[in-house]
Design a protein around this ligand. Structure first.
Ligand SMILES: [Zn+2]
Length: 71
């Protein structure tokens, strides 16, 4: 079960190691310029090619990926 509270969206916590150093995958960056504007402490630009099952969150501490991308 997933809960979707306001707090949950603002502060992500890794379900595996409880780290709060969690980045969000961003898909569909068309130019390197756009990607460069992203805060690299918060986002990971993934380019235009979507994987079959894209994840939304990435833990910088343990490299765990989870979540479903909402398009
Ligand atoms: Zn983690």
């Amino acid at each position: 079960m997933q809960t979707h509270t306001k707090e949950d969206q603002n502060v992500k916590t890794c379900p595996k190691c409880k780290s709060k150093i969690v980045l969000e995958f961003i898909y569909g960056m068309s130019t390197p310029d756009e990607a460069a504007k992203l805060d690299s402490n918060k986002y990971i630009p993934m380019g235009c090619i979507m994987p079959p099952n894209p994840h939304r969150w990435f833990c910088k501490k343990c490299s765990h990926e989870w979540g479903v991308l909402i398009s």
